[in-house]
Write a protein that binds this ligand. Structure first.
Ligand SMILES: [Zn+2]
Length: 121
């Protein structure tokens, strides 16, 4: 069970809150200019981060206010709670890997390949 610190009410049980999905998904400036695929990506495509993830929450049985949270999706540790409209806080040890959307390696990470002994290309 999570203990979530509402910015307005203080620490409350997780059952008082509702999850609102990924944070920092901007509404398109000109939605009518988007292709169907771009519009679908805006509506439905979200990151599936393993690790620190910025998400929206609402204190639905309390003050009914929305806020953002940086939460680790593996350990459920809450790193930061901040106001809607505020930029994502930069926490220590956080790389740009999760924001780049790439499943691969961090920039500059050495690429090592293991091949069967004697295999050549
Ligand atoms: Zn509240």
């Amino acid at each position: 069970m999570l203990l979530i610190s509402c910015p307005n009410c203080g620490p409350r049980d997780e059952t008082e809150f509702h999850y609102g999905g990924q944070a920092h998904v901007p509404y398109p400036e000109n939605p009518n200019d988007l292709t169907d695929r771009e519009w679908a990506e805006y509506l439905f495509y979200r990151e599936n981060t393993k690790g620190t993830f910025a998400e929206r929450w609402v204190h639905s049985t309390g003050c009914r206010q929305w806020f953002n949270m940086l939460r680790d999706t593996v350990s459920y540790d809450i790193h930061s709670i901040y106001a809607m409209g505020s930029p994502r806080p930069d926490i220590a040890g956080q790389s740009a890997q999760g924001q780049a959307g790439g499943p691969g390696l961090a920039p500059g990470a050495p690429t090592t390949t293991t091949s069967p002994e004697g295999a050549q290309k």
